[in-house]
Design a protein around this ligand. Structure first.
Ligand code: ZN
Length: 197
């Protein structure tokens, strides 16, 4: 299984106009919601995910998506559809994905995506501030890899699982101290993929 997105690449939404120009009548908080929605759409987030993190309604997000797809000469149907991924199992299927997931989780930690959300209900995790940080962490991840394979949707899944702390946890390799992702359900792995081989 692959964690990557299919179809639209991140660059296809890369030159969306600034939403402050597009919606000049909106207040600051509403503008922040719109900015985050656009940023997440550029990163190929599904509608439900954008709604969760921005607080915008499904109808609003679909409208924004349609407007900008039209502005880019795309069809709205080019966007990913269907439910968000719900299982972490792809992260354990290859050494490469394990490394990428650990790096991404480390970046999310570095950028404070999880903040003080440990132990809180996962449905309370998404908010505007953390959404911006999530995008920042994910954009950094994209910039560091020539062929990134973890989608933003899987990054969201990863962040939520880290907050829950029952399935996975971040740790450090027992030998080289690099950041590793521990699978709490499938057996603790105390070494990175390099030191374990
Ligand atoms: Zn190591």
């Amino acid at each position: 299984m692959d964690c990557s997105n299919e179809g639209m690449t991140p660059s296809r939404f890369a030159d969306m106009p600034d939403c402050g120009q597009q919606y000049p009548e909106q207040g600051p908080r509403e503008l922040r919601r719109l900015e985050l929605a656009l940023r997440m759409l550029r990163l190929q987030a599904r509608t439900r995910t954008v709604c969760d993190w921005t607080g915008l309604s499904q109808r609003r997000v679909q409208g924004i998506s349609r407007e900008y797809a039209a502005a880019r000469g795309m069809r709205a149907t080019d966007r990913l559809r269907g439910p968000s991924p719900s299982t972490l199992s792809p992260f354990w299927e290859s050494r490469r994905l394990r490394r990428e997931a650990a790096a991404l989780a480390g970046l999310c930690c570095l950028y404070g995506v999880m903040g003080n959300a440990a132990g809180s209900d996962r449905l309370r995790l998404p908010d505007l501030r953390r959404g911006g940080r999530l995008c920042q962490a994910y954009e950094t991840y994209l910039s560091l890899l020539s062929e990134p394979r973890v989608s933003l949707e899987h990054a969201v899944l990863l962040v939520r699982a880290l907050v829950r702390g029952t399935e996975i946890a971040l740790s450090r390799c027992a030998d080289c101290r690099t950041v590793v992702l521990i699978d709490r359900l499938g057996g603790i792995r105390g070494h990175c993929t390099y030191c374990a081989s």
